[in-house]
Write a protein that binds this ligand. Sequence first.
Ligand code: ADP
Length: 433
Amino acid sequence: MALANSEWLQGSRPYKRISAARFALGAVAIVLGALWVFGALSAVPAVAAFALIAAAILLSGESAADTPADAATVDRGAPAELLPTLETVLAGLPQPVIALDIQGEVLAANAPALAVAPALRHGEPVSLALRVPEVLDAVRRAIASDVPQRVEFIERVPLERWYEAIVVPVALREQPLRPATRLVLVTLDDLTPLRRVEEMRADFVANASHELRTPLAALSGFIETLQGQARDDPAARTRFLSIMQAQATRMARLIDDLLSLSRIELNAHLRPNKRVDLRNIIRQVVDGLQTLARDREMEVRVTTSADQVEVLGDRDELLRVFENLIENALKYAASGKRVDIALFADSARNEARVAIRDYGPGIAPEHLPRLTERFYRVDVADSRAQGGTGLGLALVKHILNRHGGRLTIESVYGEGASFTAVLPLAAAQAKAN
Ligand code: ADP
């Protein structure tokens, strides 16, 4: 049986019924005492009448509340003996769980629940600690209907978090022929990580579609122009075809980067295990980028350790890392005229470090933490003009993570940037395995 809302929130309790009985007995005792004092009643009938009335009041209270003939479930507070068991069971559960009596007062709450709602106190209405109308309504509905309820809600302070609350009415029977005690269990599930992944996935699809649509729109536009007014203009045709080629290359690169990212994510748990000398990798990448460096009138200086700097890695993926980092320096820092690449083995830390330092415009501090996010660019137009996809540094980060390494980025705005790839040395990894 559900209690009225106001009664539920105020936390009416069974002990109030006992207090009422005491009050009635007190009143009877005073009336009988007064009759005896004023001589209207002698002592023996007064005591007998008191005993009879007391028995009648106590028995009627008990039969109404606690002893239905068929031992059915009744609405009453949880007996004190039940609480330790309840607390032990809740303490063993990993997710936040709160047990309430059917007046909505807290009987027990485990540590994860207290982390979500620190104001939860035994014996106090749950509404004081969990001020979430959706959950309080669900508790009321569960009590009224005896049917489990499920609601979702958002906590905005101090940080936005999504929760799911499952409210389950339960009946606990302590002894076979005794009536069961009705309780409500409220389980809270933090849906925030799930929601964030969903949001990221949606953002990613939206970004990828947008990035693909932009060159596609340019290509269709130029095709129309070439079929129309530029049909007989050889100079325009040559110019448009070269732009179309650049757009098609950008699309191909985007698809390539997207596929690489998903392949690397798929293999994120597998550590590459081939010995690779980073000096060869750097040499190969620098040779491959000579034309770009010449076009941008930039000098690339390489300082490598005399000894081999071996890591356990995937050769193609590591080529991709240094291609991206060195190409970025050539694209975005051409004004600095110079790129310094330093490779050395830090044997004290068992790490190989490759630092790519440029002297270009540098990167403002607010962008630094976001540079490795997919599609994040300081200047979108500049990146597109350079044929960028916005995925390069995301790829670098994922590849280094898969190799047990990391990327650090330092920059003084206006004075250039330094991107350092750190990888565990092969010798250290072989020892660890
Ligand atoms: P993109 O395909 O746009 O080059 P990246 O993920 O490789 O994508 O780089 C993200 C952004 O970081 C670039 O768009 C650029 O704004 C910035 N960036 C990367 N490297 C440098 C650098 N050496 N100097 C200045 N800005 C850089």
